[in-house]
Design a protein around this ligand. Sequence first.
Ligand code: ZN
Length: 145
Amino acid sequence: MKVVHAEQLASEPVREPGAKGASIRRLIDTPDGADRFVMSLFELAPKGSTPPHYHDWEHEIFVLSGKLQLELPGEKPGTGRTIVLTAGDAAFIPRNEPHGFTTPPNDRARFLVIAPTDRPPIRNVFLSDDPYEIEGQPPAKGGER
Ligand code: ZN
């Protein structure tokens, strides 16, 4: 059994290529004895991003604070869409569905990610290490869900 406060855990930068302003606290992890699921607290600074990617495992997101933009790339460049999530929103990312995360210029986001312990490799969607360009107007809340 483990009880921990998030502030007691080190915040590590997300080192995935293309990630920007992203950090992770591993709340519950395999060294704790978790052998099916792990739970992590992610923080994205203003204009932060994780690059668009997909993987053969699902993850589940719960937004604690701020504004998290869920980026869903389309089949072709320019056909993607963005869903704005705020505190209390939950999202399910099915396996192999391309996705990324960004934050607007004036907002940060804190969110929980629940994922399986056994995780095949992550693949970037456009084989690009470039973070998202997020200049311009962020989309309005209440778009497509
Ligand atoms: Zn992912």
